[in-house]
Write a protein that binds this ligand. Structure first.
Ligand SMILES: Cc1cc2nc3c(=O)[nH]c(=O)nc-3n(C[C@H](O)[C@H](O)[C@H](O)COP(=O)(O)OP(=O)(O)OC[C@H]3O[C@@H](n4cnc5c(N)ncnc54)[C@H](O)[C@@H]3O)c2cc1C
Length: 311
């Protein structure tokens, strides 16, 4: 395939694209956007500082934006750009995956920065859940890159016309409804005291022990990831760590938590860390200010009884 020096962005019905446009501009002077979704989205993108907008037409009622993935892929392949940028959200990944399949090129995911490096494209990626960064050079083309989308400032330049291209969206799936994800009303970031529990807890019903201590000392409940994403005993909003909340309470009590890096990154700004763990060799004892070696089923009720406000 003859690869041009252009950079294209693909947009799946999300008008917040200036982060993609800024990244695309770092790679080439000319930026083309392919937009699947409503006309209003295409018009917003046309005013977001791109040189050209190719729009796949108004989706029929019930047609999910992902149904346009083959059309997006064909349109991009026809343009033969050097780099294709899309957002790393669900719909963005579907689009990039379809392009990668058609062009038989890999998708670089988790990208946080792109730049020219001579004739090559330098790509910085977040790896190990954000603990480290890795830089790769894309020597061939095209580079298919998923990075965080969103808006990073006001768009620059005049709006360009929206060019409609013919599309044949898939008809195999229908959108029957959109449900907003419910979020638990929790603000761990503002909490002065946080009591977190991990896999040391044996049963969901035993959470009452932990909430009992949290109530006794006026703390918010938090957890390690396995309790939020493994057994789902606690809402994800209460997961502390690299893929959850990063918090800075004055007091952090970690109960039955081993102290893995991915968890402890979330409390590196905590004032005082107290750990309760039955394994005296647990990693967390190297990272806490006060450690209690013992079974949480004995220690936590004792702490609660000692610390609860007396009538
Ligand atoms: C990309 C990536 C992102 C991640 N993000 C996060 C994140 O955001 N947050 C997070 O927490 N983890 C995260 N993890 C997972 C992380 O690596 C650990 O697996 C996790 O933190 C372990 O949780 P835990 O300490 O509760 O469980 P375990 O490591 O299983 O530890 C349980 C602890 O409980 C103790 N225990 C057992 N029974 C008792 C008892 N009766 N009384 C007292 N103590 C007891 C054990 O001695 C042990 O130390 C991530 C991992 C990856 C790969």
């Amino acid at each position: 395939m003859n690869v041009s020096s252009q950079t294209w962005i693909v947009v799946a019905d999300d008008p917040a694209v200036t982060a993609l446009v800024v990244a695309a501009r770092a790679l080439s002077a000319e930026v083309t956007a392919v937009v699947a979704g409503r006309r209003a989205t295409a018009e917003s993108v046309a005013a977001a500082g791109v040189d050209r907008v190719l729009w796949l037409g108004e989706p029929a009622e019930g047609t999910p934006v992902e149904a346009y993935a083959p059309d997006v892929a064909r349109t991009v392949a026809d343009g033969a750009p050097r780099a294709v940028l899309g957002s790393s959200d669900g719909a963005g990944r579907v689009m990039l995956g379809a392009i990668a399949a058609l062009l038989q090129a890999p998708v670089l995911s988790g990208v946080i920065a792109v730049e020219h490096d001579g004739d090559q494209i330098g790509v910085t990626r977040s790896v190990f859940g954000g603990v480290a960064e890795r830089r790769d050079l894309v020597t061939g083309g095209p580079a298919i890159i998923a990075l965080a989308g969103g808006d990073v400032g006001d768009p620059s330049g005049a709006a360009v016309p929206v060019e409609e291209v013919t599309a044949n969206p898939l008809t195999t799936g229908r959108l029957t409804g959109v449900r907003k994800k419910e979020k638990a009303p929790v603000n761990l970031g503002a909490a002065r005291t946080v009591v977190a529990v991990g896999r040391g807890l044996k049963a969901k019903a035993d959470l009452a022990l932990i909430t009992g201590l949290a109530d006794a000392i006026g703390g918010e409940l938090a957890c390690s990831r396995p309790l939020a994403e493994g057994v789902d005993w606690i809402p994800k909003e209460r997961n502390v760590g690299i893929s959850g909340q990063q918090i800075a309470p004055e007091l952090y009590v970690a109960i039955g938590i081993s102290g893995q890096l991915q968890h402890m990154v979330g409390v590196r700004d905590a004032g005082v860390i107290v750990a309760v763990n039955s394994d005296k060799a647990a990693l967390i004892f190297k990272q806490c200010d006060y450690g209690i070696v013992g079974d949480l089923y004995t220690v936590v009720p004792a702490l609660t009884a000692a610390l609860a406000p007396k009538p």
